[in-house]
Ligand binder design. Sequence first.
Ligand code: KG4
Ligand code: ZN
Length: 339
Amino acid sequence: MLVLGIETSCDETGAALYHGRNGLLAHRLHSQVALHAPYGGVVPELASRDHVRRVLPLIEGVLEDAGCSLDDLGGVAYTAGPGLIGALMVGAATARALAWSRGLPAIAVHHMEAHLLAPLLEPDPPTFPFLALLVSGGHTMLVRVDGLGRYAVLGESLDDAAGEAFDKTAKLLGLGYPGGPALERLAGGGRPGRYDFPRPLLNRPGLDFSFSGLKTAVALAVAGAAGDRQARADLAHAFLEAVVDTLTGKCRRALEQTGLTCLVAAGGVSANLLLRERLRGMAAELGVRVCYPRPEFCTDNGAMIAYAGWRRLAAGLHEGLAIGVRARWGLDDLASVPA
Ligand code: KG4
Ligand code: ZN
């Protein structure tokens, strides 16, 4: 079955084609980073308007790349949440209308499920059960994954998401939006020792996260580093170390507690090279396998939506004609899919 996947939950428009036997045939992405950069963050109304402009040309583009036509499609998948409602509605309405006009099944995809399944697009994919660290702009979660739709959230952020902490810290440092990649670059020139930020909740039991205290500590330090380039780089370095230490420490604890032997890290922040390296080191110590999506599939993309949609469509699931999208949607609310 050939599935078209459409992603429009935030500031990237993505389209992709996934084939059950032949794998990922094509994927295209339009990033709205330049559109939102002057505002220092995503402006929801501008995001929706841009998705409207981009989505059909992207769909035509992936069909062209794969040498396919709409006649070859067996189903259409779209991100139905969580995300910005107006942005989600663009992809959902496009996908649902396309499916209806061609008599095809359509499937609503949970954005975070798609993130956690993204490593299954890679060679040597993880096998169930595994532990997933989901770190994106809106979520930070540790999830026990026993199968498709069989998710138990073991811990999550009590305040800011990890990506949000990167974005806010980058803003404090005068870096552009999105902050993660820019902060990673600045931290590369930083030296250890000058700043030492807290590792929130690491010395307390449990698997929850908290990043707002760290952000406050950084805000205080930034005031003293104004105009000093090296101090700003040192500060970015210390912030990155604190976040990576916290995420790695909680993953170690979750692996020890669950006895799971495979760790998946996904979502935008999992593109961070220091995090990838430290998780790899920690996993090696515990004798645990660690799997990542390729960096371009860590951040939002259509490929993960096409893949997650294909898994559900292939199991016989599909939506009715009413189009529903959700700003908030718990991973544990998802229906499990028979193996
Ligand atoms: O998964 P994603 O593309 O969108 C959401 O679902 O939220 O994640 C975006 C987040 C942003 O906060 C961005 O700053 C962060 O991922 N990010 C990074 C890196 N690349 C993206 N954070 C740290 N290091 C990176 N290299
Ligand atoms: Zn995402």
